[in-house]
Design a protein around this ligand. Structure first.
Ligand code: RP5
Length: 195
C-alpha cells in the first residue's frame, strides 16, 4: 500500500447524482492508498465556488483534479481555467434515479456525448484531459500515472497492477482454449447469475 497523508487528488462532481459514476475513481485511488478529497461543486448552481475551489486546491497542494459532470458539463473546463493543476474530465451520461421513478427523462439527450465534447473540445489555452463517458476508473488510473512520475513506490504498484491484468487475461485465454468457446461462455453466464 502506498499511503499518503494529505490528499493528492481532488475529486469533484457537478451533482450528487454523479456520485455513483464518480465512485469508480475513488475506488481505484483507495486501492492504491492515495488520499483524495471529494466535493460537489456545480459550475452553474454554485459558480462562485469554482474560483474558491481552485485556490483551495493550490493551497492544499493537490497534484491532480478529477472533475465529473453531465449535460453541458462546464465544470472541468472552468476549473482548468482557474488553476495550473491538471484536470481530468469524466463525461457523465446523466442519470437521475429520482427522475426515473417519476417517469421523467433521466438520461441526457445525447447520451453523454454532449459532456464528452464539452470537455475534449476545450478551446486552446485551458485543456482538460478527457476520459470516455462514465469511465471514472480510467480517470483514477490516469491520476495515478501522473503521480507516479514523482513516486517510485507508486510506479512499482502500477506496474504490478498491469501485470495482474495481463495474468488474468492469460488465465482466461487458457481456460477458453481448453474448454472451447461454448462451454466457456455458458460457465461465464452462470458465474454472472451467481454474482
Ligand atoms: C450536471 O447536471 C451534473 O453534473 C449532473 O450530471 C447533471 C444532472 O444534475 P442533477 O439534476 O441530477 O442534479 O450539472
Amino acid at each position: 500500500m502506498v499511503r499518503t497523508k494529505a490528499p493528492l487528488v481532488g475529486i469533484i462532481m457537478g451533482s450528487s447524482s454523479d456520485s455513483d459514476v464518480m465512485h469508480g475513481a475513488a475506488q481505484i485511488l483507495d486501492e492504491f492508498g492515495v488520499q483524495h478529497e471529494d466535493q460537489i461543486i456545480s459550475a452553474h448552481r454554485t459558480p462562485d465556488m469554482l474560483d474558491k475551489y481552485a485556490r483551495h486546491a493550490e493551497k492544499t497542494n493537490l497534484r491532480v483534479i478529477i472533475a465529473g459532470a453531465g449535460g453541458a458539463a462546464h465544470l472541468p473546463g472552468m476549473i482548468a481555467s482557474h488553476t495550473y493543476i491538471p484536470v481530468i474530465g469524466v463525461p457523465i451520461m446523466a442519470y437521475s434515479k429520482i427522475a426515473a421513478q417519476m417517469n421523467r427523462a433521466y438520461l441526457s439527450s445525447f447520451g453523454g456525448l454532449d459532456s464528452l465534447l464539452s470537455m475534449s473540445e476545450m478551446p486552446t489555452g485551458s485543456p482538460v484531459a478527457c476520459v470516455g463517458i462514465n469511465k471514472s476508473a480510467n480517470a483514477g488510473i490516469y491520476a495515478l500515472k501522473i503521480l507516479a512520475t514523482e513516486s517510485l513506490p507508486l510506479r512499482k504498484k502500477l506496474m504490478a497492477h498491469k501485470d495482474k491484468q495481463s495474468r488474468a487475461v492469460i488465465k482466461e485465454s487458457k481456460n477458453m482454449r481448453s474448454s472451447g468457446l461454448s462451454k466457456f461462455t455458458a460457465k461465464r453466464r452462470n458465474l454472472k447469475k451467481v454474482r
